[in-house]
Write a protein that binds this ligand. Sequence first.
Ligand SMILES: CC(C)(COP(=O)(O)OP(=O)(O)OC[C@H]1O[C@@H](n2cnc3c(N)ncnc32)[C@H](O)[C@@H]1OP(=O)(O)O)[C@@H](O)C(=O)NCCC(=O)NCCS
Length: 167
Amino acid sequence: MTLSWELREIGLDDMRVVFELRNDPYIVERSSSRKPIGWAEHDAWFSKSVEREDQLAFLIDSLEEKKSVGVIRFERVSEADAVISVYMIERFTRRGIGVEVIRSGCERAFSRWKISRVLANVRKDNVAGQKGFRKAGFHLLDDPVDSGHDDLHQVFFLGRYLERGAL
Ligand SMILES: CC(C)(COP(=O)(O)OP(=O)(O)OC[C@H]1O[C@@H](n2cnc3c(N)ncnc32)[C@H](O)[C@@H]1OP(=O)(O)O)[C@@H](O)C(=O)NCCC(=O)NCCS
């Protein structure tokens, strides 16, 4: 089966679909908190973050199924860095789509902002996340100072100049 997809920038009307995707059990299990999010918390976060200049967020839309199957989001955390988060429903994983989505999303983040790196905080037990980011050209950051990580996570990075030739 062909699986074509496109990235569509998230707008205010997408609050419910993002909520449903974020609370999909497969995605919750791989999230940092491992907990579902309540509607009130989501509403407060979504309403204030969706149009912020320091955020770039897309729905991953399946063209065949005409529905959203995931989210890719970038948050600019400093002059030089943005942090990526990406998730898709299980049925769309393990087909290489996530890697293409990560590459395409990073291209957009680098062209939107003059950042030098995209950082990814990945749980150490999330093998698919680690493999996916490596396949998309990310490397493990040896000294993840100030990148908001903890002992449960590893930080990967993609550099604007170092890696773009490989994209
Ligand atoms: C991470 C993610 C975006 C990668 O996208 P993808 O389309 O699955 O990427 P790929 O199909 O190229 O898979 C990447 C690798 O992970 C492996 N993989 C994918 N899902 C897996 C799973 N559930 N368990 C074990 N390995 C898995 C693939 O087999 C592949 O390994 P390979 O390179 O040895 O063949 C996607 O799996 C996803 O959305 N996962 C849920 C959310 C998540 O973990 N996000 C990252 C949090 S930081």
